[in-house]
Design a protein around this ligand. Structure first.
Ligand SMILES: O=C(O)c1cc(C(=O)O)c2c(n1)C(=O)C(=O)c1cc(C(=O)O)[nH]c1-2
Length: 246
């Protein structure tokens, strides 16, 4: 639950504490699908399904960041936000995070064109991811920034994933987990900047409630994707047209 905000705005420190408290209650590291994934309990086909669906999220991140920049009058914020797009799409020699994700799906034996086409992704994955892009495009800028704050909680799940998947699956190697190693450096810088921005700019009770609600919304975007994976690939209710492991 979000901490209730009374009639007085929180201090920046108390707001930070309230934002950080969302993670232990709602972040997707708590989802049972992640226990299965990191604990080596999935078949290769189920891991393929996760990677192929998660590609939809990866591919949308630079679009949502471009949306955010497209509506931002603050040059300093744009300067700081810009590298998020190149982190994923690449710049010059660096082919970027989307390419590293495709190295992961290549390593799992998935056909690149099929992954990139997103044809085999679950309906709920597409809806959840697109809801995030729309949220960032349409909500107040402060809430758009706050919705990225799940990244405060990402390094710990990336560390768990690297260690768990390397230890538990013979089809996972360093090349496949390179995406997550890179995020260990990138995510904390992004999250620190976004947190500082939210603390400086969420001054009224309404703005602080909006920031907390944005972060909660984002945890739901992530949770819904894992619910869909669990339903389809653990419970076995694969929707028509979605990827079917061999
Ligand atoms: O593997 C994960 O659990 C995870 C979570 C998140 C997140 O919390 O949104 C991101 C990422 N990874 C990630 O790799 C990434 O590039 C990323 C960007 C964003 C964002 O909202 O801008 N979240 C995340």
């Amino acid at each position: 639950m979000n901490r209730p905000i009374a009639s007085e705005p929180l201090s920046p420190e108390a707001l930070e504490a309230a934002l950080r408290a969302v993670g232990p209650e709602r972040y997707h590291d708590l989802h049972p699908f992640h226990d299965l994934l990191h604990g080596g309990k999935l078949t290769k086909g189920q891991v393929q399904a996760w990677a192929l669906n998660r590609y939809v999220y990866q591919a949308a991140i630079p679009r949502k960041d471009a949306s955010l920049m497209g509506r931002c009058d603050d040059r300093e914020l744009r300067r700081e936000w810009l590298h998020r797009i190149t982190d994923h799409d690449g710049f010059g020699e660096d082919k970027g995070g989307v390419e590293r994700w495709l190295i992961l799906t290549d390593g799992l034996g998935l056909d690149r064109d099929y992954v990139v086409s997103q044809e085999g992704a679950l309906p709920a994955t597409k809806f959840a991811v697109e809801a995030y892009v729309h949220f960032v495009r349409e909500k107040p800028l402060l809430e758009a920034v706050a919705s990225s704050l799940t990244e405060l909680f990402a390094p710990s799940i990336h560390r768990q994933r690297i260690a768990g998947m390397l230890a538990n699956y013979d089809f996972i190697d360093e090349r496949v987990v390179a995406y997550f190693r890179r995020r260990l450096d990138q995510a904390p810088k992004d999250a620190d900047f976004a947190l500082d921005y939210v603390k400086r700019n969420a001054r009224t009770v309404a703005e602080q409630k909006g920031a907390l609600a944005a972060l909660t919304f984002k945890t739901e975007v992530l949770w819904a994707q894992l619910d869909a994976l669990h339903h389809a690939y653990v419970c076995g209710a694969i929707p028509p047209g979605a990827f079917r492991p061999e």
